[in-house]
Design a protein around this ligand. Structure first.
Ligand code: ADP
Ligand code: ZN
Ligand code: ZN
Length: 782
């Protein structure tokens, strides 16, 4: 509340804003799927949509925070019979959400079947709502005009009070703009705040309060990107001409920029932004979180002056600073991860979504929106252009280019810049080297590379040390207590290498078994809890890879990069060391596959190309293809020829074969056949309903009731929707919650939408369960 009060004290001038009606409509953050009308007392007027308020809510009348989503609400006769409650305060001085973003939030709420209040809550960073890094400061100024001040001063009695008035007169503090900060005034006048308060009571001075936010830089020091002025090659020029042509129509359109890694896509984003800024408009660049490296950020900040960044590496005050900067119109380019799609930029002319196929654009908590799709929607709402960039575009986007060609068009960048050769791809059939983690062919090549002073990246898409801890005699596998998944062994750092357990199975020593879903940890027992025989580990993890490298290449300087070992600054330090040649080989998870440019890397090894193929998800082929293609792009980013080794137990798998040949079109054609045959995206739409509860006896009837209700709605509306389930989710228990799923398939989004509109309006199913999650266009079905 004090945020509002301070504005009435200081610099509050809202006379230019039209006074609003006394009834407003509120969407609460707590996730109730409807909006409520409230009275606003006169003293809290005017109020604008997009401001947060606090009001008594539910039967308990507990104060809760909600967004004002409509003012001047007129009520129908029936509505008038209900007595309205009154809001108790206004939280924000200015609306956090402007009308454009409010419209976007409504669309998200509608399309993704999520309460509006939750969408709004998620579209403003928590740091902004908390006012992170903001400090309140008190200011003092004279409440008497210069022509009357002599008279007023003569009435002041106390010596200290006189001193205060004199100081204020000296600094000409006659209004809020010229006010003197309280503490400064006190030290200058040599007094406590009592004389000032006395003067305030006599209405000779005014004490005001305002919020100040210490400005914090958000672009970390790091690798310096050397900025060379590049001359666009022919393909780039053609692509740019096509894009700017469309930008300059001032109408909404989407361009898919399909270009292999290193084909100069980023350079084109920059040029397209230039064009948009020239027209006096602004731009947003979305990147997957892990691609928001210092290198990438610096590349953009070297080219644009008024840039703001938003990613998870920032602390709360930095985030707040960046957001306020955007809101105040001090930035015209925003670069950030998924949620930067909500950046409060005015006059948006362009949204770029780099690596548009990335599953991480989908948020896995409410609101379960897809960053790319929201970007397209936002662009449409502001008549802006949208560029989707990728070396391996999603099948959804390709399909849009085919079926909505009036809006979506493709531009190709088929070659790497300066005609760099593509790396040579070598398949290693691991059935021949079953007991090895690094096969002999890869190891031999690695030692060659290291002896030439070149660098290598080895990629293993799995954290930890191994993925099963298992008993060879009774076949018992250690599982998480809370979830239906196996535990992953994480070795305690600093263990001597000769104690390393191997795939073939030496016994493990010191370390912890960690669940990657709930994070719970246990010490690993020396003996099997069931039969007391020794335990063994199977599977592989990035940590084990690092150790095997240390064993086989004792002279090589190896560093591991994954989310376990990398915390913010460390990550940048390792990358800098690698870039400067102080590290020879990076071993790690997917983090390494993105956004890095290292010219001296001539070898990339994918330790296991199969990991995602074992997941029971219809997109696993697509993911495998993308992973191999992406990683391949890391090798040979210079005149030196690169080699990529792909180790796999599934050498004949089509996704792997196509990826090895770099045959994107072939892969797409093959994959689309399967998708069409099974009514899967990109042809049909999917929705996933996941119900969870600790008590299975409650969960099952609830899931069945949900199914019945869905069937009834389908029959009623004669909707073309296929329903499967309820069935146990692939991970049937997480954090002690059982999970049942219902999968829906519809040929058109509009049909799915109709189904959910009806479900949303109908009374809740019984028995009530802990949670029902609705995921529209899910990216995985786990
Ligand atoms: P992508 O985003 O497709 O991976 P980038 O735009 O990052 O490609 O380009 C890869 C590298 O080539 C970068 O170092 C970039 O500065 C450089 N580059 C881009 N276009 C050109 C060009 N026309 N001539 C020379 N270098 C270029
Ligand atoms: Zn768990
Ligand atoms: Zn056992």
């Amino acid at each position: 509340m004090d945020r509002f009060e301070q504005t009435t004290l200081f610099g509050q001038d809202k006379t230019d804003k039209t006074p609003s009606g006394h009834i407003i409509r509120v969407a609460f953050e707590s996730g109730v799927d409807s909006e409520f009308d409230y009275l606003v007392p006169d003293k809290l007027l005017p109020i604008q949509t997009g401001q947060r308020i606090e009001a008594p809510f539910r039967r308990s009348n507990k104060l809760e925070i909600g967004f004002c989503v409509e003012t001047d609400v007129s009520r129908t006769e029936t509505q008038k019979k209900f007595k309205l409650k009154t809001i108790s305060g206004v939280i924000d001085k200015e609306p956090l959400i402007d009308t454009g973003l409010m419209e976007l939030a409504r669309w998200i709420s509608d399309y993704y079947v999520c309460p509006l209040g939750q969408v709004l809550a998620a579209s403003v960073p928590a740091a902004v709502k908390k006012g992170a890094g903001e400090k309140k400061e008190k200011y003092v100024y004279l409440a008497v005009s210069p022509d009357k001040i002599d008279e007023a001063e003569s009435e002041v009695r106390g010596k200290k009070q006189k001193q205060v008035v004199r100081k204020l007169r000296e600094s000409g503090a006659y209004e809020s703009q010229t006010a003197v900060e309280l503490n400064q005034l006190l030290s200058e006048a040599g007094c406590t705040d009592i004389p000032v308060k006395n003067l305030a009571e006599k209405q000779i001075v005014k004490i005001a309060q305002r919020t100040v936010l210490k400005s914090l830089p958000a672009i970390p020091e790091g690798l310096f990107f050397k900025q060379e002025k590049v001359i666009l090659n022919d393909d780039q020029q053609k692509a740019l001409a096509a894009i700017t042509g469309r930008i300059n129509t001032g109408q909404f359109a989407v361009t898919l920029l399909h270009g292999v890694t290193d084909s100069g896509k980023t350079e084109l984003y920059i040029r397209a932004i230039d064009e948009v800024l020239k027209n006096g408009k602004s731009a947003i660049v979305l990147l997957p979180e892990i691609a928001l490296t210092t290198q990438t950020i610096q590349r953009f900040s070297a080219r644009f002056e008024k840039i703001a960044v938003m990613h998870s590496g920032l602390n709360a005050p930095q985030r707040n600073t960046q957001w306020q900067k955007i809101k105040a119109g001090e930035a015209n380019v925003v670069i950030g991860a998924r949620s930067a799609v909500f950046a409060p930029l005015a006059d948006l002319g362009l949204i770029v979504v780099d690596e548009e196929h990335e599953p991480s654009y989908k948020q896995d908590t409410v609101p379960r929106y897809h960053g790319r799709d929201v970007a397209i929607k936002r662009a449409q709402m502001c008549d802006a252009h949208c560029i989707l960039g990728s070396a391996t575009p999603s099948l959804e986007t390709l399909q849009n280019c085919r079926t909505k060609s009036r809006i979506f068009s493709i531009v190709h960048l088929p070659k790497r810049v300066m005609d760099l050769p593509f790396p040579e791809m070598r398949l290693v059939d691991m059935r021949e080297f079953a007991s090895q983690l690094i096969s002999d062919p890869l190891a031999n090549h690695l030692s060659d590379v290291l002896s030439k002073g070149e660098q290598a990246i080895l990629l293993l898409n799995r954290r930890g040390y191994s993925n099963f801890i298992f008993c060879p005699s009774c076949k018992h596998i250690l599982h998480c207590r809370n979830c239906d998944v196996t535990l992953t062994f994480h070795k305690t750092p600093g263990q001597s290498p000769n104690r390393i357990p191997t795939i073939t199975g030496r016994h493990m020593r010191s370390g912890r078994a960690i669940c990657h879903y709930c994070g719970s940890q246990t010490l690993v027992p020396e003996k099997c809890p069931l039969c007391s025989k020794g335990l063994t580990m199977i599977g592989l993890g990035a940590q084990r890879l690092e150790e095997e490298l240390a064993e086989r290449f004792p002279k090589a300087r190896v560093a591991r990069v994954d989310s376990d070992s990398m915390k913010g600054a460390d990550y940048y330090r390792v990358l800098r060391d690698f870039s400067d040649g102080r590290i020879d080989c990076l071993a790690g998870t997917q983090m390494l596959a993105k956004g890095l440019h290292f010219p001296n890397v001539t070898l990339v090894g994918i330790i296991s190309a199969d990991t995602s193929l074992y997941l029971p998800d219809f997109r696993s082929n697509e993911r495998t293809f993308q992973l191999i293609s992406q990683v391949a792009g890391r090798a040979g980013r210079s005149a030196k020829k690169g080699v990529v080794f792909v180790q796999t137990f599934l050498a004949n798998q089509p996704a792997i074969q196509f990826a090895l040949k770099g045959d994107f079109d072939g892969f797409v054609k093959e994959e689309l056949k399967h998708r069409a045959a099974c009514n899967l995206p990109p042809f049909w739409r999917l929705a996933l309903i996941t119900l969870r509860d600790r008590t299975f006896e409650k969960l099952e009837p609830a899931a069945n009731a949900m199914r019945e209700k869905i069937d009834a709605v389908i029959a009623d509306g004669n909707l073309q929707v296929k329903v499967r389930g309820p069935m146990p989710a692939v991970i049937s228990r997480i954090q002690t919650f059982h999970r049942l799923q219902i999968i829906l398939q519809a040929p058109q989004p509009a049909i799915m939408h109709r189904l959910f509109m009806t479900l949303r309006k109908s009374p809740p199913i019984r028995p009530v369960v802990d949670n029902i999650a609705i995921d529209i266009d899910p990216v995985d079905l786990l």
